[in-house]
Design a protein around this ligand. Structure first.
Ligand code: BDR
Ligand code: CA
Length: 312
């Protein structure tokens, strides 16, 4: 099975992504989870990651804390979407498993340097601060990463935090720029994909109807974070972002896109954090990322529901 490290700012949709990965041990081996500042502060995100691990029953998964703020900017958070703890909705107990003492960035560097090259995938569900810090601290990791699969960016669907930018890229655009230029294989799941997999009432009811505690918690999480999105977009369901990263590892045929050049705007005030994807190859800039553009929503929810049924 494929070895992954999940770098995350949970976040209800991050939590569902973690659960999907932990429910799929035949295909995915989660080596560790690293929290980063994003949706809320680092301290909450590190707590939430441990709560989710405990919910899944996989208390053997080590959880680390990484960076508490972006490389050079003030942290922008999203309590208005995720609630004051970042994981409002379900009533989960305070975590009992400890946070690992090592810094999350050191964990990423050491794990990649010790493993056979090309055997570890980084799944990023939040701002790219930890991954950029790891690349700065030990540039040789770039050649050892199997793939970076990230939720981030946008093309036609443009922005969700500003008119031009997606949240994960906007929070730390300099980090995203370092990662996009690092030379490792990269796959991006932008808003174009995540807006296609909408959590409609019927899809959430099917998850609650599983009857397990995970299904109930996922229903409560997504009902909470949805209420903001439903008002904002006026759609029947809300986008579901981060679980697409794990679904892509499990069932890549559910997604379509192409390898192209993707660069990050780091200077303009108006379009800061915009992902500029050369989808039609109008330049000869290096093709550094597979930029996905569409997803099979029915196939995605069938997979998610089937896997969540396997957890306690
Ligand atoms: C991303 O921003 C966060 O709020 C979500 O968890 C997701 O990672 C979507 O733009
Ligand atoms: Ca996230």
């Amino acid at each position: 099975s494929r070895k992954i490290i999940i770098d995350t700012d949970p976040g209800q949709d991050d939590a569902v992504a973690i659960l999907l990965a932990l429910a799929s041990p035949a295909e995915i081996d989660v080596l560790g989870i690293v929290a980063v500042a994003g949706n809320v502060g680092l301290h909450h995100n590190a707590d939430n990651a441990r709560k989710v691990v405990e919910l899944s029953g996989r208390t053997d998964i080590p959880v680390y804390a990484g960076c508490a703020r972006p490389l050079r900017r003030q942290l922008v958070t999203a309590e208005h979407v995720h609630g004051d703890t970042g994981l409002n909705g379900p009533d989960l107990p305070d975590p009992a498993i400890p946070l690992q003492p090592r810094h999350g960035v050191d964990y990423i560097v050491e794990t990649l340097m010790q493993a056979e090259p090309g055997t570890i995938t980084l799944c990023t569900l939040g701002p790219l601060t930890n991954i950029a810090m790891a690349l700065v601290k030990e540039p040789r990791i770039a050649g050892r990463i199997q793939e970076i699969v990230m939720m981030g960016g946008a093309y036609f669907e443009v922005g969700n935090i500003t008119p031009a930018a997606e949240f994960n890229i906007y929070v730390d655009p300099e980090a995203a720029d370092i990662v996009l230029r690092c030379g490792a294989p990269i796959t991006m799941l932008p808003l174009d994909v995540t807006h296609m997999v909408q959590s409609t009432p019927a899809r959430l009811d099917a998850i609650r109807a599983l009857g397990n505690r995970t299904g109930a918690a996922v229903h409560a999480m997504l009902t909470f974070s949805e209420s903001f999105d439903l008002k904002k977009y006026g759609w029947e369901g809300a986008p579901l972002h981060d679980p697409t990263v794990i679904a892509y590892l499990l069932r890549p045929e559910l997604f379509e896109g192409r390898l192209c050049n993707v660069e990050i705007e780091t200077a303009s005030e108006l379009t800061l954090g915009m992902t500029v994807a050369d989808y039609w190859h109008v330049t000869d800039r290096p093709r550094n990322a597979t930029f996905l553009r569409s997803a099979d929503a029915e196939g995605f929810y069938a997979l998610l529901t089937e896997r969540l049924a396997l957890l306690p």
